[in-house]
Design a protein around this ligand. Structure first.
Ligand code: OSB
Ligand code: MG
Length: 369
């Protein structure tokens, strides 16, 4: 297939509920969409960078710049037989993983449409339904958080993840256990602690959590290994794993026992597949994380999460957990048993609703040969 044009859009969609983590608060979901044109087809991908560089170093502004100046010029006129050829085209461009991942996803969508197969099949997926949970931000009060958890449990979500930060951790988890008993529960610190806070994690160890996500600094596999040695709860790394080889190193060092795979953080679906395989060979379970993606990014994540080593419930919730109105049809829906069904239609398996994309667009440009 030969890429004839690339459209970039920045969009801003109001979130139904503000999302607060140890690093900040989001009320509007801002990201980029990539649309690639080839052989009469169009493929879509999402760059789930935010307005500010708080989760990682990228923003919608840096992603736009790197795409416009460095990545798009290489992709225009480029011919590919398989989307897994894309990473080598941009290998010398350091980092900017989310920017790369958005283009790669659009190429996978194009490829799958041309082949008439669903993305999950092209990736090697085997699961027809994905068990999913919900990730809840830091709420103003514990009572508010408990009410929100109850709402999601009633809807059927299989697992609850709550964000923690210093001062909002052990007592919050204790209150959740007291209110809801032995539900599947995990916490995510987004690197808000240091090894000196080990006693907090030793206290959390008593609550039978599924895992503790990214307690320490993103670039510190050594202290994570020291902390993991003191805990029976598995540590799961998110921000620390930006390359498939990071997963191997973290596992070898004992820095974690579970890995959160986000294809955008890793630089694309190919890197995510490699990370999945590295973990699978070492019998380390993975699960699919999220970045509050729109339906475009979520569709790619759902397909990825159908691979066999995705063994813990995913941070993939229904469209109505995030938005009043998603930009895909049908919206992502939660089955009564707490799963999401992997689509079987070609490509992403959802229709992108162009009028809605247009409505939420704040910046747009088409790059042609
Ligand atoms: O650390 O997993 C995270 C959202 C934005 C940035 C970082 C994270 C998250 C989530 C939300 O936890 C997961 C979702 O998309 O539902
Ligand atoms: Mg996380």
């Amino acid at each position: 297939m030969r890429v004839e044009a690339i459209e970039l859009r920045q969009i801003a969609i109001p979130l139904l509920f503000p999302f607060e983590t140890s690093f900040g608060r989001e009320e509007v979901k801002t990201c980029l969409l990539v649309r690639a044109y080839a052989d009469g087809l169009t493929g879509w991908g999402e760059v789930p960078a935010s307005a500010a560089p708080l989760y990682n170093e990228e923003t919608v502004g840096t992603a736009w710049h790197v795409l416009e100046s460095f990545i798009v010029p290489r992709v225009l006129g480029w011919t590919f037989h398989h989307p897994s050829e894309f990473p080598s085209l941009v290998k010398d461009i350091r980092r900017h993983h989310m920017a790369k991942a958005g283009v790669e996803a659009a190429l996978w969508d194009l490829f799958c449409q041309a082949e008439g197969i669903p993305l999950s099949r092209a990736l090697g997926g085997v699961q027809k339904e994905i068990a999913v949970g919900v990730s809840l931000g830091i709420e103003g009060t514990v009572d508010r958080l408990l009410r929100r958890i109850e709402d999601f449990l009633v809807k059927g979500y299989r697992r609850i993840k709550v964000k923690i930060k210093p001062g909002w951790d052990v007592e919050v988890v204790r209150a959740i256990r007291r209110a809801f008993g032995e539900i599947l529960l995990q916490v995510d610190a987004n690197s808000a602690y240091t090894l000196e806070d080990a006693p907090i994690f030793e206290a959390l160890d008593a609550f039978n959590l599924l895992l503790i996500e990214q307690p320490l600094a993103e670039d510190d596999l050594v202290d994570h290994a020291k902390l993991q040695a003191r805990l029976s709860t598995p540590i799961c790394l998110d921000e620390s794993i930006v390359h498939p080889e990071d997963a191997r190193k973290a596992i070898e060092l004992g820095s974690c026992r579970v890995i959160n795979i986000k294809q955008a953080r890793l630089g694309g679906l190919s890197a995510a597949l490699r990370t999945h395989d590295i973990c699978r060979e070492r019998n380390v379970p993975v699960w699919c994380g999220g970045l509050l993606e729109t339906g475009v990014g979520r569709a790619a994540n759902i397909a990825l999460a159908s691979l066999p080593n995705f063994r813990l419930p995913a941070d993939l919730s229904a469209s109505d957990r995030y938005f009043e109105e998603d930009i895909i049809e049908p919206p992502v829906r939660l089955n009564p048993d707490g799963t999401i069904t992997v689509p079987t239609a070609p490509g992403l398996g959802f229709q992108i609703v162009e009028e809605r994309v247009e409505k939420y667009t704040t910046r747009r440009e088409v790059f042609r040969l």
